[in-house]
Ligand binder design. Sequence first.
Ligand code: ZNH
Length: 195
Amino acid sequence: MLNHDEKQLIKHAWEKVLGHQEDFGAEALERMFAVYPQTKTYFPHFDLHHDSEQIRHHGKKVVTALGDAVRHMDNLSEALSELSNLHAYNLRVDPVNFKASAGQGRGEFPGVRDQPPPFPSLPGVRAVPGAAGSGLPGAEGWSAADTVRFALQLLSHCFQVVLAVHLADEYTPQVHVAYDKFLAAVSAVLAEKYR
Ligand code: ZNH
């Protein structure tokens, strides 16, 4: 899927990430929570305020895992197998259950209850009858796997924005394409144990 040149671009650009895993990860997560507040539903146990220790810690774990993926680009499935198992349990948020529980004791997570306007449907998200234009948890007709695939796209996007901000001119369209493919491949592995 990724050609030789793209792999080289990814490895090269990753050198700029080294040493900043925690900062970049926290920034990506904060962007995700700010721009797509529905994603907060996966982290009801986290302090989601700016610069929270939990966000920094989690951000570091996520970006470190991406670094492992960069080192194992030819073997992503195997390299991320454990993480894929873990996500199959951790991210099992049933959108229907979410809807039922929304507003009950969730007031401490502003933005979660009041869903923003529906998202347009995106490529890679399975079309579900009656779900056209729906969003994250709570959307009619979305399975937990649908919402997870969608959340993975949102985080991937936010991480790309972080790369663009910090790599600036070095984040060329070619590097962008390479990272887009790479993050899609990582996301596919992380979602593959759902059914
Ligand atoms: Zn995730 C966890 C990675 C996406 C949600 N993660 C996690 C971890 C890691 C990761 C490394 C840790 C593990 C351990 O500890 O062992 N992720 C990751 C990556 C990605 C992701 C690489 C992509 C790219 N996630 C994601 C998303 C979401 C999530 C999208 C939603 C929104 N995760 C999660 C959770 C958890 C995790 C919830 C658990 C946390 C805690 O700590 O609790």
